[in-house]
Design a protein around this ligand. Structure first.
Ligand SMILES: C[S@@+](CC[C@H](N)C(=O)[O-])C[C@H]1O[C@@H](n2cnc3c(N)ncnc32)[C@H](O)[C@@H]1O
Length: 323
């Protein structure tokens, strides 16, 4: 039995530098090999694999998910797989690293883990967060939040989310900024009736969308927060729910979907951001929720300012506003 490496690209080549000498590798596996030998070892196609001989398969390709499916179909169980790269998924695919540690040594495996974490896996976000399907497939959104939170360490101020719903994103903020107060603004009962009417007239929302957002509860949201002592719940419709709150912020997630509430959010939060602070304006480039973009244009017009924003290519096109 031996160690196999799936891939013959940079990831596989880099393994030697990471400390896995090629004489420890039985063979490299490649779907469409361009060479018959790599680093002095044979290169085979998956059909040539004798799965009984695979003690460990190190997957050194970014196509982790399809290779995992292929390996499982061939009869190589997940315990015998070690993934170096998780390019398209948030979740760490390495379910059990004990066999890899036994074979490769804890130092090498921990180096690999570190490397995956820095580049891909969501540091600081426990896997349970990502089991929430709504965020699991929005890698760019969560990973950007993580990197932003690292940059915010020297910026004073509280964090806030306006538009919490079930708290999936709020939970990430709470996890990544454990020492900051996190204000949660939401009606926890869906959108405001008059605003629904306006948006419906514009064709930017339907009944199902409205009904789904009523489906949440403060207690459920709170039970999910890892640092509950930092949470200040502000229930009710914004801006009335502010109740005169005066605060400075380092990070705000503004995610209320509709024009009027987005505009009110910008009016309150933008002047209260500390220098270097960031507003994550969700849905700015949404193909359906066009009220968000209108709110930004209206704010810029009304206050004669330009909001300096960097658009993200996450699922609904967040705009990152840096104060
Ligand atoms: C898209 S959801 C938020 C999703 C959440 N940020 C996440 O990523 O998991 C929008 C939320 O904004 C809330 N909302 C919209 N307008 C509001 C307002 N004016 N005041 C309070 N909550 C509002 C709705 O109740 C809904 O829960």
């Amino acid at each position: 039995m031996g160690i196999y490496v799936w891939g013959t690209g940079c990831g596989a080549g880099d393994l030697a530098e990471q400390g896995l000498a090629s004489d420890r590798i039985t063979a490299f596996v490649d779907n469409a090999p361009t060479v018959s030998e790599f680093l002095g070892r044979p290169v085979i196609v998956p059909e040539e694999l004798d799965v009984r001989d695979v003690e460990l398969m190190v997957v050194a390709s970014r196509h982790s998910l399809s290779i995992r499916d292929r390996c499982l179909a061939l009869g190589i169980e997940s315990e015998r797989l070690l993934f170096l790269k998780n390019h398209y998924v948030l979740k760490n695919l390495n379910e059990n690293e004990s066999l890899a540690e036994e074979l490769l040594g804890t130092e090498l495996v921990s180096r690999i883990r570190q490397r995956c974490h820095v580049i891909r896996a969501p540091m600081g976000c426990a896997d349970e967060v990502l089991e929430r399907k709504d965020l699991e497939n929005d890698y760019v959104r969560v990973k950007t939040l993580e990197m932003i939170c690292r940059r915010l360490r020297d910026i004073p101020g509280a964090a806030a989310e306006l538009g919490v719903y079930r708290g999936a994103f709020a939970r990430c903020i709470n996890m990544l900024l454990p020492d900051r107060t996190l204000y949660l603004f939401d009606s926890f009962a869906g959108f405001e009736d008059q605003e629904i009417r306006k948006e419906k007239e514009r064709g930017t929302c339907g009944d199902g969308f409205v009904a789904a957002h009523r489906n949440t509860a403060v207690e459920q949201v709170l039970s999910w927060m890892p640092h509950r002592e930092r949470i200040r719940v502000c229930p009710g419709f914004f801006p009335e729910s502010l109740n005169g709150l005066e605060e400075r912020f380092c990070l705000v997630s503004l995610d209320v979907d509709f024009e009027e509430s987005t505009y009110e959010g910008l009016k309150y939060f933008w002047p209260r951001m500390n220098p270097g602070g960031i507003i994550l304006l969700h849905d700015y480039n949404s193909p359906t929720l066009s009220g968000v973009r209108r709110a930004v244009a209206r704010y810029e017009r009304d206050f004669g300012v330009h909001l300096p924003g960097v658009p993200l290519c996450d699922i609904n096109g967040t705009l990152v506003l840096v104060r």
